[in-house]
Design a protein around this ligand. Structure first.
Ligand SMILES: [Zn+2]
Ligand SMILES: [Zn+2]
Length: 754
């Protein structure tokens, strides 16, 4: 009787990412540790549990939940309620049923340490098994057809679990308890190596692959979210052939290494770089290349950076251990099309690119690219959010009253859903310029709608009338009466994406610098400064508008932007008598003709884009090439700027809301050293940000948009902001580029309908 009186009973509701991540067995084991009785189960938006025991045990139990929670879980909120004593006899795990579906989907995670140990232990029954995984690692999003996350609703359903696997799967004390993709040699998927002349190899699939790679050939290898094109990263001929076949002249290729020691041989890593490379998400990390390295030069031409990563599936692990050199591992696709997820498509679409294929029979239901990250002096910046990070959810303290669907931008597109207490952002989908890409986009949308049982009340899209997503949205609301449409300005959505990531609900000074987006006045914006909140914005500054000669042509040819800059600053007579390298590429007649276009605004849309100003300065400082990929000018200016020690800046003026760079252009023409120009230009942009920030001393600073992928710029700006003691925000969990737009769009609607 006495013992019963000293006992207490508590009920907890835990929300967050707590399903499909080993949370129930974790609670089960914790309850055993503290001799607590009761139960744990899943419910609609989390885990529910009730326990009975001594006060001290309950306190320790509660502390351990936060402290020792499973690696893939995330706790957003714990609700506690004291209850009457029940007199539980034991502690049990309650099975979930259909009505208790959680809204949380977890991303795919790299092979954990325990699984790696088994993989390399010749006595283990999964020794060298290319599909080893457990509750803490392995595929998730890419194999899910529907929720609740259960084997029957994944692409593992066709594999019948053997007795040994089933025993592990059903034992709450086993580390594979309810690991849905569990399998082994006896019951799981199988590797196949195939060449084009019909040779098929199952027994020696990895060895055959290795032989091909070592011979300088290219193999398509099935990863977790799609195929990689793989070749020897130290073989110049192999890499340049791959580039040629992929129609990708200069955009850097990622390299996968066996281990961190091998990366250090060719790259200089900071402590933060190492941590990120080794993290369970295993992203591609952009790091500094050493001067002396044995990698093929064409991997990242003209820049001092390189994207590196480590094996993240058991198959990669085995492959890299067998190979003698690192491999180029780039998404299997044609230039900017989406990553290819099935073998048939590889044979259909890109047969000429590859010599063989290493595949298996576990289907990829949802394709997912590799994530890309970058460390600046103080901040970690996300360039592409995909495997390991997405789908990602953001917890909302206040529930949204509507189901919101945000469609993102046209490039680097993502989709965000907002429902209940969560905003869920999809993995990177990519540029929507091709039919294939838009099909992939709608497939992703269908998956999210199906999995979350979601039909929108509100749709948010970009203001650009020609974006595929805008057209789709307009048609959708026509066909579905009662669904509201919000068209949101692109750069405001950039500001909001950063505010969403940090749950900001106050006025901010937002610098939204990128390539281009559709402005409120129908012009192309891209160098915008707003005083903004989650409800409204005022454009307080923008870069001086510049006509883009020939529209889209100017985006690929920096020389055209440079010419426009000259027209902006000088008379035609002055230009014709100038000694400027750009003018060597145009005849006098062309210079006159383009000047007419400039003056009369013929096929020359006006743009305030800072991205284009980077292009213009790139060409003015002597780089005459057309661009091989978006952002190339910025990447090269960044690289060469590091060679200059100068801290000097150029002149500019801030007047009537316009950032005028005329004086800077004149000064640039006086400087002859490319490295000095690059450094002074980037430092000038930083100085402009700081000066405008000083005009608005009492609100935090927000930095968003693709221009903030520039390491030198971000490092300098944040250093100066810190010196001033300013509070500032830059995204690190979501892409700072257009990949973050959908989150910003959703945040606006969430605030509107809270
Ligand atoms: Zn594992
Ligand atoms: Zn088995």
């Amino acid at each position: 009787m006495e013992a019963l009186i000293s006992k207490l009973n508590f009920k907890y509701h835990i929300s967050g990412i707590v399903q499909g991540v080993g949370f129930r067995p974790f609670i089960y084991q914790l309850a055993a540790k503290y001799m607590l009785k009761g139960y744990v189960g899943n419910d609609g938006d989390g885990v529910i549990l009730q326990i009975e025991g001594e006060r001290n045990s309950i306190t320790a139990f509660k502390r351990d939940i936060e402290l020792l929670k499973p690696p893939l879980s995330r706790i957003d909120f714990i609700q506690e309620e004291q209850k009457e004593l029940v007199g539980f006899k034991d502690f049990s795990i309650i099975e979930s049923n259909e009505s208790t579906i959680s809204t949380m989907l977890s991303p795919d995670i790299s092979t954990c340490r325990e699984c790696l140990q088994e993989l390399t232990n010749s006595k283990n029954r999964r020794y060298n098994y290319p599909f080893i995984n457990c509750t803490n690692c392995g595929p998730r999003y890419t194999i899910i057809e529907n929720l609740p996350y259960d084997r029957e609703k994944t692409s593992m359903k066709k594999f019948f679990m053997c007795t040994e696997c089933r025993m592990e799967y059903e034992n709450p004390l086993d580390r594979r308890y309810h690991a849905e993709p569990i399998s082994c040699y006896n019951c799981g998927p199988e590797l196949v190596f195939q060449t084009f002349n019909g040779k098929v190899d199952k027994k020696q699939a990895v060895l055959s692959t290795v032989k091909y790679i070592e011979q300088g050939l290219c193999v398509a290898v099935k990863g977790i979210g799609g195929f990689h094109l793989v070749c020897d990263a130290t073989n110049e001929k192999a890499v340049s052939t791959l580039r040629r076949n992929k129609h990708r002249p200069t955009k850097p290729l990622a390299v996968m290494f066996k281990n961190i020691t091998d990366i250090k041989k060719v790259c200089s890593l900071t402590k933060k770089d190492q941590e990120l490379i080794l993290s369970k998400e295993r992203p591609i990390v952009i790091v500094s290349k050493k001067r002396n390295h044995d990698l093929a030069d064409s991997i990242a031409p003209n820049i001092d950076k390189i994207g590196v990563f480590l094996p993240y599936t058991p198959l990669h692990e085995i492959l890299l251990r067998t190979l003698n050199s690192p491999i180029v591992a780039t998404s299997a696709n044609l230039s900017d099309e989406p990553i290819i997820g099935n073998a048939l498509e590889i044979f259909k679409k890109i047969p000429l690119m590859i010599d063989a294929i290493l595949t298996h029979d576990r289907k990829i239901l949802n394709a997912c690219d590799d994530s890309v990250m970058l460390n600046t002096k103080y901040e970690t910046i996300m360039l592409r959010m995909a495997r390991g990070y997405a789908p990602q959810s953001f917890y909302l303290k206040e529930k949204t009253s509507k189901k919101i669907l945000a469609l993102g931008a046209h490039q680097k597109s993502t989709i965000t859903l907002a429902l209940g207490n969560n905003m869920i952002i999809s993995p990177h989908i990519g540029d929507l310029s091709s039919i294939e890409a838009f099909e992939y986009y709608t497939r992703t949308l269908d998956t999210l709608k199906r999995v979350y049982n979601f039909e929108p009340d509100v749709i948010v899209c970009d203001k650009h009338p020609k974006y595929e997503t805008t057209k789709w949205a307009k048609q959708y609301v026509q066909e579905h009466s009662g669904v509201e449409l919000i068209e949101l300005q692109h750069h405001y959505a950039h500001a909001l994406s950063c505010m969403a990531e940090y749950s900001l609900d106050e006025e901010v000074l937002a610098f939204c610098f990128d390539g281009t987006g559709y402005g409120d006045d129908g012009k192309l914006w891209g160098g915008e400064v707003f005083v903004a909140s989650a409800y409204h914005y005022t454009r307080v500054y923008h870069f001086k508008e510049l006509p883009l000669l020939g529209g889209d042509k100017a985006v690929r040819e920096p020389k055209r932007v440079a010419l426009s800059l000259l027209y902006e600053c000088f008379t035609l007579e002055e230009i014709l008598s100038m000694e400027c390298e750009i003018l060597k590429f145009y005849s006098i007649d062309e210079v006159k003709l383009l000047h007419k276009m400039f003056k009369r605004s013929i096929n020359s849309p006006k743009s305030s884009s800072l991205g284009r100003l980077f292009d213009g300065v790139y060409a003015l400082s002597g780089h005459m090439n057309d661009l091989g990929y978006e952002g190339e000018s910025g990447a090269i200016l960044e690289t060469i700027s590091k060679k200059s020690k100068t801290k000097a800046t150029y002149k500019y003026s801030l007047k009537d809301g316009v950032i005028d760079y005329k004086m800077m252009i004149c000064q640039i023409l006086q400087d002859s050293n490319k490295e000095i120009i690059a450094k002074k230009f980037i430092f000038t942009i930083s100085k402009i940000i700081i000066e405008i920030s000083k005009e608005h001393p009492n609100i935090p600073v927000v930095l968003s948009g693709g221009v903030f992928q520039n390491n030198v710029l971000v490092s300098q700006v944040t250093k100066e902001l810190k010196k001033l003691g300013r509070r500032y925000y830059i995204q690190s969990k979501t892409p700072v580029n257009d990949g973050g737009i959908s989150l910003g769009q959703a945040y606006y609607a969430v605030k509107k309908y809270r």
